[in-house]
Design a protein around this ligand. Sequence first.
Ligand code: ADP
Ligand code: MG
Length: 207
Amino acid sequence: MADNKLVISILKKIGEKIEEQKEYLTELDQPIGDSDHGINLARGFHEVAKKLPALEDKDIGTILKTVGMALVSTVGGASGPLYGSAFMKMGMALNGRMELNLEDFLKAMDTAIEAVKQRGKSTVEEATMLDAMVPAAEAMKKAALEGGESKSVLEAGCKAAWAGAEHTKDLVATKGRASYVGERGLGHQDPGATSFSFMLEVVKDAL
Ligand code: ADP
Ligand code: MG
């Protein structure tokens, strides 16, 4: 599915996508949060982009761990430690690997989900990034079991991620800043579920 060079290129493109969607992600964070999600993530991935050149020949585990640490230390806001630990834990699971296949990627997704759940003390249906991540992972596993190739598996994952992000409009947030607005958050799409969907889309487009 991907070698270390492709992983580097995907991470660079995720940074570009986040930069491109910075204002939209920040607007989504306005009614239910503090209008900074896009700004936070763009700052984090700007730092990631600075670290990528030195990681060109490193293994995928080292690359992802470095990304996670950069996100934790620069993003600020809840999404920093959450995405940060997701990338760090994926990196630990892929220690020493120069290539990964679809099965490895799906396992890494599960690791990322567990990391967010643990760090955020959260689960699905709480209007967070998990509401995009979990359905995406489930859809990808199903598509893989049905014999799908990486590209079609990722297509199924993206579709489910966006549907999950859309579904956060129907949920009352019980975690993070959005929980402060309670039912007034209804009708608003969660910024973290949206940023995750954009990231997965970059992975899909790179295959
Ligand atoms: P902050 O809320 O501190 O301003 P951001 O705006 O960068 O941080 O990120 C907000 C996003 O983080 C939310 O849209 C949500 O998806 C995610 N989030 C917040 N708290 C949690 C949590 N406990 N578990 C999972 N995701 C969370
Ligand atoms: Mg915010």
